[in-house]
Every structure is written in structure tokens, then in C-alpha cells.
Design a protein around this ligand. Structure first.
Ligand code: SF4
Length: 451
């Protein structure tokens, strides 16, 4: 869970209204934060690192799990104690009474993607000081992520109804952005120096379904708002393009062409959540009837260096030992590169809670350990295959202990990293060729070559 406080801009005006911004939650929430911040900067607000001394604090909350709600409430409490003027937005803002019950002193509570309401609340509390000559917004907006990668949100909401999830209740049905609009944003980001675009949404493979794949013109070609067409267009920008939250539908097969051609990264983040058909049915997962193992094998045949990342839930209500063992069997055969695992947590309001008897906590914990132990050996085996190869590595940070970066198979924050030794200083954001010398279950070590 990212918790980000923003740095003040170096050219901050001493009399400009100052906002402290806390962004909690997933990458999707981070994109919302970026949009709000971009607008605030455009209106002449400055951002400050601490609540103390700011004119107002905005807290972008996460309401996905109870633990995230608790973290959001505590961040709001801190902001009230340190500053007193607090506007709350984000997922938890969809349930304002929960926030007001604990913190009646907040100025305003707005829901996810309600940018205009957030701005209105800020204007009411701290009117903008407009100076069109001084308050220029960089072309790419103000980003909360490092400059060299950016999240690109292609839609809001979700048409699925997975029984463990309340996101559709909070965020509504799928609303896809027109392809031309997404591409213009992506192009602006790349022009501004972004080297890696991380495509996100609740269900990336469903892109365009709600707008009936409406075509738009981009680079003199009419393109439909479809998963493949968008991936193809993004691949023309020359940046790394990484696809997240994709489901294993048949139409996903076609992006293998783009990965094999090298225009889209050979990486897919597919939240399978389980492998047993009965559990998937109880979860009401999209694409639960697909022959996933065969599909994974066909993808690997087409793109041998494909990295597959996924997440799984253990201890879903009613999960039997045999169903869990099915999942372990799938993991052994599918040999996914990266796997995250969660113990089922009953989110208030999710239908899954009443579907079947809960799995006892100690059984959940035991299954979690078994899954992670198995996956560690699989991940280590997969990663070891990289030892001795040369990999393109995007440098994320340079520290006294060395430079750290990621291969095309590693997404920021969730996957592994590469510690890179180098004779010449490396710069954050550059893509270096690195000879890989060692690997463990998560990370790689190598030396920059070729200069
Ligand atoms: S796909 Fe399922 S888990 Fe993901 S947001 Fe939609 S309903 Fe929730």
C-alpha cells in the first residue's frame, strides 16, 4: 500500500496556498491522486511535504479491505491532529458516514473519481491564487510516481461481480476512456520523459466493451477501443508498455504477436485468484471456464521469455483440502514467475462471506505457507534461468549501495529488482544492458555492460 506525501516544487511561491496530499491504496488510486494534483497545480496551489504549515490536507483513502480502511481512518486522524483542515476522497469516501462517525471534523468527503467535488471543497476552504504566468503545469502533469514510469488508467469501474469484491459497488460499472484520449495522455507522458507505461484498470481485457469498441482516430488511423488495438497503438510510442489486470480470455492471445515483435513488454499480470473450477465459480471470476493451463502453455510457446504474474486467495469460504491441492497442482504445472497470495478476508458487504462456511484462520495460515513455499521454489527456478543472460534493466534508484532496477519481467513495487554494479555512474530512468550473475527467489544481481 503506497503512502505518498508530495515534495514541494522547487519554485514554490511563498504566498501560494499550500496543500499536503496523502495518497493511500492501489496504483489506480494513485492515478486519481495524480489527476487531482495536476489540477491543483494548474490552479496555482503548491504542494508541501508536511501537514504542519499547510493550508489544507487532502487524504485519498483506500476502502478495499478492513485493514486499508483502518489505515485510512488513522491517516485522516493524523491530518486532523496536525493540521485541522482535511478533505477526504477516494474509495472510502463512498461511505462518508463511516468516516464522519470517527472524524466528524473533516471539511468534506467525496467518493472515488469525484475530482470536481474535491476541487470544489478545496476552493471553498482555501481559495486559489491564480497567476497564469507563474503557475505553469508541466506538460505531463505532476506525477506522484518517479518520472520514468507512469500508470495509465484506461477505464473506471468494473462489469464483473466477483463475490469477494465490493469495488463495483464502490466504483460502479465499467466506463472506458476513448482510445484517442488514452493515447494522447500516453503520448504526452512519453514526450515528457516517461520510459515505461503501466496500463491499469479493474479489468484491462474488458476495455471498450461498454462503449461498443467505439473507434477513434489516432496517428491518422482509425482504431477501435479494444484491448488489442490499444496495446498495438501504445506499442508505437517506443516506451515499455506493461499490461496489468488482464484476464485469460481468448482475445488476449493476440497480444502475444505484439510481445513477440517486442512492441509490448513480454509480461502479463493476471489475477487468477484460484485454479479449482468450483472455487472459481463460487468466486464468480471472469474467464473461470477458460482452459487456463493450455492457454498459458500456448502463450509461452509463442513468447518464450513471457513473465506471468498472478495473485491467489487461499481459504475462500468452503475451500476444501482437495480444492486447495488443485491450486497447488496448477502452480506446479503453470510455473508462474511471480505470485502474490492473500488469505481470504471477509470484506463487509461482499456476498462471498455467506456463500459457505468460513475456513478456520489456522487452516488459511497453513495453506498460505504451503502455497508460498511451493511458489518460492518455482519462482527461484524461473529466475535462475536468467543467470548468464543479458537483460535490459530500467534503473529506478541509485544509492551508495549501488543502483537498483528492473528487467522487462518486473513491475515496480510488486515484483523483484536487479542490483546493478557499474563502472560508470548510472542515471535513474536509463535503460542499461546488464549481465545477470546471480539470482535468488525474488531478485537478481548483475553488472552493466556495453559501454
Ligand atoms: S474483476 Fe472482480 S475483483 Fe476485480 S474489480 Fe471487478 S469485481 Fe472486483
Amino acid at each position: 500500500m503506497a503512502h505518498i506525501a508530495l515534495e514541494a516544487a522547487p519554485h514554490a511561491h511563498k504566498d501560494a496556498p499550500r496543500i499536503s496530499f496523502v495518497s493511500l491504496g492501489c496504483p489506480k488510486a494513485l492515478v486519481d491522486s495524480e489527476r487531482i494534483v495536476t489540477r491543483l497545480r494548474a490552479e496555482g496551489y503548491e504542494l508541501t511535504r508536511s501537514h504542519d504549515g499547510a493550508d489544507l490536507v487532502i487524504v485519498n483513502t483506500c476502502g478495499f479491505l478492513d485493514s486499508a480502511k483502518a489505515e485510512s481512518l488513522s491517516a485522516i486522524g493524523d491530518a486532523l491532529a496536525e493540521n485541522g483542515k482535511v478533505v477526504v476522497t477516494g474509495c472510502m469516501g463512498a461511505e462518508p458516514e463511516q468516516i464522519r462517525a470517527v472524524h466528524p471534523g473533516v471539511l468534506a468527503v467525496t467518493g472515488p473519481q469525484q475530482y470536481e467535488s474535491v476541487l470544489a471543497a478545496v476552493h471553498a476552504a482555501v481559495p486559489p491564487r491564480h497567476d497564469p504566468f507563474l503557475d505553469l503545469v508541466p506538460e505531463q502533469g505532476i506525477k506522484l510516481t518517479p518520472r520514468h514510469y507512469a500508470y495509465l488508467k484506461i477505464s473506471e469501474g468494473c462489469n464483473n461481480r466477483c463475490t469477494f469484491c465490493i469495488i463495483p459497488k464502490l466504483r460502479g460499472d465499467l466506463v472506458s476512456r476513448p482510445l484517442g484520449e488514452v493515447m494522447r495522455e500516453a503520448e504526452r507522458l512519453v514526450k515528457a520523459g516517461v520510459k515505461e507505461l503501466l496500463v491499469i484498470s479493474q479489468d484491462t481485457s474488458a476495455y471498450g466493451v461498454d462503449i461498443k469498441y467505439a473507434p477513434s482516430l489516432w496517428r491518422e488511423k482509425e482504431r477501435q477501443a479494444r484491448f488489442y488495438d490499444l496495446a498495438e497503438a501504445l506499442g508505437e510510442l517506443g516506451a515499455w508498455v506493461r499490461l496489468h489486470y488482464v484476464y485469460p480470455y481468448p482475445h488476449v492471445d493476440r497480444v502475444m504477436e505484439l510481445m513477440a515483435a517486442g512492441t509490448v513488454l513480454p509480461y502479463l499480470d493476471i489475477p487468477f485468484q484460484h485454479a479449482n473450477p468450483d472455487v472459481l465459480r463460487r468466486m464468480r471470476r471472469p474467464a473461470s471456464q477458460e482452459k487456463t493451463l493450455a492457454r498459458v502453455q500456448a502463450w509461452r510457446a509463442a513468447v518464450p521469455d513471457l513473465t506471468l504474474r498472478s495473485t491467489f486467495i487461499v481459504g475462500f469460504p468452503g475451500e476444501t483440502e482437495a480444492e486447495f491441492e488443485d491450486l497447488l497442482g496448477f502452480l506446479s504445472e503453470a510455473e508462474l514467475d511471480r505470485v502474490g497470495c492473500f488469505k481470504f478476508e471477509p470484506v463487509a458487504g461482499a456476498p462471498a462471506n455467506d456463500i459457505a462456511p468460513p475456513v478456520p484462520e489456522e487452516v488459511k495460515a497453513e495453506r498460505y505457507d504451503r502455497l508460498m513455499r511451493l511458489q518460492q521454489t518455482v519462482s527461484a527456478r524461473r529466475l535462475k534461468r536468467k543467470v548468464g543472460t543479458r537483460q535490459q534493466v530500467i534503473i529506478d534508484s541509485v544509492t551508495p549501495a549501488g543502483a537498483f532496477g528492473r528487467t522487462k519481467g518486473d513491475a515496480p513495487e510488486i515484483d523483484g529488482r536487479v542490483r546493478v554494479a557499474s563502472r560508470r555512474p548510472l542515471r535513474v530512468g536509463e535503460i542499461a544492458t546488464v549481465k545477470i550473475e546471480a539470482a535468488d527467489a525474488y531478485d537478481l544481481v548483475g553488472t552493466a555492460v556495453g559501454f
